[in-house]
Design a protein around this ligand. Structure first.
Ligand code: ADP
Length: 613
């Protein structure tokens, strides 16, 4: 393990491991099959890349997408590691050379797609060289319960037959136990060590807000992040085109991405985004798989996705570098209706599951409980502490209604009058005094609670009901989500506790919810002491370097490294060594230029260099 720490320090420039990395590495060097579940940005790659360097022979990494392979191999080569891929983009000559480098033991990491790995030819070849281990990246692709099932992953089950003595390690960010079981079973893992990390992403600030108008809220987020990379997810292709055009019209650097665009256009747009030539990717969910661009500073959902699994996956593309990033969801009742319509076309078993997933999404969106907590609890974990300081609820951005207690009492007593036998929609109808046929037929217009909230629209009352569910005063039971009152809910009736209900939102306007009172903790910390001018200068330098080398800028250096440089402002080579993420090869290669830039900038601006950590 000491040797491994030294390798990580030298090659990657990291002094410490992230949670579970050491444990995951331990399994690899001890040849124990393993499954490692860490959230996006948790640092899974290092878990197999670092031990590959210390073990004899070549480690084989399975990766589902060519783009992903290229990025990982580029990043490794940049850090001075002998890594290679073999895929259809190589000429036969290049392929031969790659095989030669594996045979001679020069290559430490070989990236392959599952299809290529499982051909007889590749397997026969690998049998002659005996890989040090197999690492299966994005291993959830093997499970139909994951969000991205790929049948070709199933073929990987044969690895254990062909290489009974070689350990197989699986890595994924997908949280559910079911997916985990599928991975173990399908890969025929033998008594694997299983490590599951925390799914919380403390550097992400979550916000959820009802959509008001078409575009203003999206615009507000984009304009909070001038000159930073972000993704805007839309539900339909037409929305992508429209939103993208509106952003471009305002002078923003945005490009569209959806399945209706020709392949080459899509590829070009994605490439421009990854290489920071374009700042904003406006896209459908077709975009994102295999994008490991680390400096995405915000992900906006202009409409609600169909599940929290999808939301976590898509929003999780923000802030992979561990620096603060923002995830905003703008939802509307119409989004949920649209999804329910789609579900009508599904076979009954699938429709039930899809409806439950959508409910989870709706609860998250309309709820008024800490977003970090809602997310991790949804995935079966708990969150320590009672204020995350990183969501709209905990940052107190959500304005509360003046008369929360009274309103909650009206809603809960209506649920009681309806004998806890109706769903949220129906209850809301009764509360706003709807004269719909079914209400009159049942005589519910005669209830004392009929029309008690007639000053509000149904949508608003519906939201409040969800907020009460989210806070545990009501629960939804059975297939139809019938509302029932909990013990806490009964206390509300007596005035013993006061729920939090959001102030009704305006339907139009600028879209900014309230003045921001507090700054998220992560944002404060990751900018602390950073000279923004120097950070910008370093970013410009990185862009030029990346262009010169035809690489994405984040592969040259991540934003975290640039911020540390702009914080500690080293003036000599030994100062560079203390920058986290500055491996030896990069230090040799770029050190001089960086030092000259930093010293020059500090002299001109009258800033001190060599700030103590
Ligand atoms: P994942 O595959 O789990 O989404 P990555 O392997 O892409 O995550 O790592 C995310 C980021 O974290 C990368 O920029 C990586 O260099 C960085 N990272 C990984 N391990 C460490 C560490 N021990 N210390 C600091 N940064 C790390």
């Amino acid at each position: 393990m000491e040797e491994l720490r030294e390798i990580v320090r030298e090659v990657w420039g990291y002094d410490e491991f992230r949670p579970l990395q050491a444990e995951a590495i331990d399994a690899v060097i001890n040849h124990r099959d393993s499954v490692v579940v860490l959230p996006t940005g948790g640092g899974k790659s290092l878990c197999f890349q670092a031990p590959a360097l210390s073990m004899p022979g070549t480690a084989v990494v399975v990766s589902p997408l060519i783009a992903l392979m290229h990025d990982q191999v580029d990043a490794l080569v940049e850090a001075g590691v002998a890594a290679a891929y073999v895929n259809s983009t190589l000429t036969p000559d290049e392929r031969r050379r790659a095989a030669e480098d594996v045979r001679s033991g020069r290559t430490k990491l070989l990236y392959l797609s599952p299809e290529r790995l499982t051909t007889d030819r590749t397997l026969d070849f690998l049998q002659t060289v005996q890989p040090s281990f197999f690492a299966i990246d994005e291993a959830h692709c093997i499970s139909e319960w994951g969000h991205d099932f790929r049948p070709e992953y199933r073929m990987l089950g044969m690895l254990k037959e062909r290489f009974p003595d070689t350990a197989v390690h699986a890595y994924t960010a997908t949280a559910t136990a079911r997916v985990r079981q599928d991975i173990v079973r399908e890969l025929h893992l033998r008594d694997p060590v299983i490590h599951v990390g925390s799914f919380d992403r403390p550097n992400l600030v979550y916000r959820a807000e009802r959509r008001a108008g078409k575009f203003e809220q999206v615009r507000a987020v984009v304009e909070r992040h001038p000159d930073e990379s972000g993704v805007v997810y839309c539900m339909r292709r037409a929305d992508v085109e429209e939103t993208c055009a509106a952003l471009v019209e305002l002078g923003h650097s945005a490009l569209p991405y959806h399945a209706g665009l020709p392949d080459d256009v899509r590829r070009r747009n994605q490439d421009a985004f990854i290489k920071d030539r374009c700042k904003i990717m406006v896209a459908t969910v077709a975009f994102g798989m295999g994008i490991d661009k680390s400096n995405v500073r915000y992900v906006v959902h202009a409409a609600a996705p169909k599940s929290l699994e999808a939301y976590q996956q898509e929003s999780g593309r923000a802030g992979r570098d561990g620096l603060e990033a923002e995830c905003c969801l703008f939802y509307s009742g119409a989004d949920f209706q649209t999804w329910r319509k789609f579900q009508e076309e599904l076979p009954p078993e699938a429709a039930g599951a899809a409806a439950a997933l959508l409910d989870g999404m709706e609860r998250y969106a309309t709820g008024l409980t800490c977003r970090h907590r809602s997310l991790v609890e949804y995935f079966g974990q708990s969150l320590p502490g009672d204020n995350c300081q990183a969501c709209d609820v905990c940052l107190e951005e959500v304005e509360l209604a003046d008369d929360s207690l009274k309103t909650a009492q009206k809603i809960i007593s209506c649920v009681a009058r309806l004998r806890e036998s109706y769903g949220g929609d129906y209850t809301a109808q009764v509360l706003v005094g709807s004269r719909e046929q079914r209400i009159l037929e049942k005589g519910h217009d005669k209830l004392s609670t009929f029309g008690l909230l007639e000053a509000h629209d149904k949508r608003q009352v519906r939201d409040w009901i969800e907020q009460l569910v989210g806070q545990g005063y009501l629960v939804k039971g059975g297939e139809y989500g019938v509302l029932q009152i909990t013990a806490e809910g009964r206390e509300v009736l007596g005035g013993g506790v006061e729920p939090r209900l959001a102030k009704p939102t305006a339907r139009s306007g600028r879209g900014e919810r309230t003045t921001r009172k507090k700054t998220a903790k992560a944002a404060e910390q990751s900018w602390e002491g950073v000279d923004r001018g120097l950070f910008d200068a370093l970013r410009t330098w990185r862009r030029a370097k990346a262009d010169e080398r035809g690489l994405p800028p984040f592969i040259i250096f991540g934003d975290a490294v640039l911020r540390d440089l702009a914080r500690y402002r080293p003036s000599a080579a030994d100062g560079l060594l203390h920058i986290r993420g500055m491996g030896q090869k990069k230090g040799r290669e770029y050190g001089e230029e960086l030092l000259a830039l930093i010293v020059g900038y500090c002299r001109e601006e009258g800033k001190s260099t060599d700030v103590e950590a």
